[in-house]
Ligand binder design. Structure first.
Ligand code: MLT
Ligand code: ZN
Length: 448
């Protein structure tokens, strides 16, 4: 349902950005649905600011008129956090595209919110960015900070929060808070950059970010090995964390997901014979090949040390998020468990879903070293929350998190009390009110 906005309000927005950056009707269509097709909304307008000043003026206009906004980056999110599900205005930040010159001495760079992550990765020949996700060409710096994105190299560099050295953001009263010096040692009060990281667009609109860069890795070796069970996989990855000094990634997938991918996108088999579970390990540095070979021993495996060959092996993992979509519209759940209960979770999650929906398809894959399992459910029955309930209850009973990396968004707000106490949720609400007293920023994401 699209709420009618007074024409004079839309004219005021257009005066800020120029009328070509206020999109309506068909021109707004790509901004109101996520890429899985699960989350759909509607909007009276998408407004595309070109500067921090534009964002200030838009927020003031919206606060005065009591108009709710959903900030949106590259629209690659998976929990509906950037979709106007209740007729909000979409604040699309992709025009904030300035990547400043790399500060080589500090190994840092300041990027505007709309810069794609891949542009940060490619900003300097000797430096890389620690966060690498499959949607890197489209996902933006602002969106990745707002959701504290994780991805394929968390075991080495940590998630987005670990890369953020400073933030500029606009509050809904139009004030700009900015602390972009990038100093590693800087105990001058509250670290609101850390608070905004993972805030899912509910506190303030992130416009610029100071990011730490890391030395670009050389001598990368990728290995994909076949295993007989999730328990064997887990033991192997725990050993890899100790024995492979240059380990960067430890990912897993299963035969079910691989079969669907192969059928629909025509990938050749990765190994001569199929195995129930696959691990993809990547390591860097002079000893990487030997250390991976020692670890893998007699397991069936493919090893690559050239760019194209590594990319070929990575495709099996990086294309996994697409697999469930070939069967239907998936519910993409993203959970984690402590190392001590990870195998139990990985082995029992399919059964937990099938107990409430025997016809459901369940695919699992993810980041083993982080305890992070992506559970993609294609329901066999009307999705009414029972699938989420089954998975999240199991996760909570094993001491895990209902959101390892994608956030709470619109999808999981109902289940947040499984992980957070009433006192914590009350604190969240107070923080939210302090940042956004007008209550117009992403009002239907995270509990208020
Ligand atoms: C991944 O690890 O592939 C991403 O988090 C996306 C997904 O969960 O599908
Ligand atoms: Zn992931």
């Amino acid at each position: 349902m699209i709420a009618e906005l007074p024409e004079r309000f839309l004219t005021a927005l257009a005066e800020v950005t120029g009328p070509e950056h206020v999109l309506r009707g068909d021109a707004a269509a790509g901004y109101v649905v996520d890429w899985t097709g699960k989350f759909r909304g509607s909007t009276p307008a998408v407004v595309r600011p070109g500067s921090t000043e534009d964002v200030q003026r838009i927020l003031v206009l919206c606060a005065e008129a009591g108009v709710a906004l959903v900030p949106q980056g590259g629209n690659t999110g998976l929990v509906g956090g950037g979709i106007p599900r209740h007729g909000e205005v979409v604040l699309s930040l992709t025009r904030l595209g300035r990547l400043e010159p790399v500060d080589v001495e500090a190994s840092q760079v300041t990027a505007s919110a709309g810069v794609p992550l891949q542009a940060v990765r490619a900003a300097h020949p000797d430096l890389d960015f620690g966060v690498n996700i499959a949607s890197r060409d489209t996902a933006t710096v602002g969106g990745a900070v707002a959701t504290n994105a994780g991805g394929l190299r968390v075991l080495r560099y940590g998630p987005m929060r670990s890369q953020v050295r400073g933030i500029e953001a606009v509050r809904t009263d139009g004030t700009v808070v900015s602390h972009l010096t990038g100093l590693i040692k800087d105990n001058t009060g509250y670290d609101y950059g850390s608070l905004l990281t993972g805030s899912e667009g509910t506190l303030a609109v992130i416009t610029r970010v100071r990011l730490q860069l890391v030395p670009r890795l050389t001598g990368l070796v990728t290995a994909l090995a076949g295993l007989t069970s999730l328990a064997e996989l887990h033991v192997l990855v725990r050993r890899a964390l100790v024995q492979v000094r240059g380990l960067v990634s430890a990912e897993f997938m299963t035969a079910e997901g691989l079969a669907i991918l192969r059928e629909h996108v025509g990938l050749p088999p990765p190994l001569p014979a199929s195995t129930p579970v696959y691990v993809l390990l990547e390591a860097a540095g002079p000893g990487a090949l030997d250390e991976l070979a020692d670890l893998i021993g007699d397991l069936p495996a493919a090893v690559a040390d050239s760019g194209p060959e590594r990319a070929r092996l990575w495709a099996y993992r990086e294309r996994h998020p697409e697999a469930a979509g070939f069967l239907g519209v998936p519910i993409k759940l993203d959970v984690s468990a402590p190392a001590a209960t990870w195998v139990q979770l990985a082995e029992s999650v399919r059964g937990a879903v099938r107990a409430v929906d025997p016809a459901a398809e369940v695919l699992i894959y993810g980041h083993v070293a982080d305890g992070n399992i992506h559970v993609n459910v294609v329901p066999g029955t009307e999705p009414d929350g029972r699938h989420e309930d089954a998975v999240f209850s199991l996760v909570a009973s094993l001491g895990g998190s209902i959101s390892a990396e994608h956030g709470i968004g619109a999808l999981k707000a109902r289940w947040l009390p499984l992980n957070r106490s009433a006192a914590e949720l009350d604190l969240f609400a107070q923080i939210r009110r302090a940042f956004d007293p007008a209550g117009i920023l992403n009002p239907h994401v995270l509990p208020r």
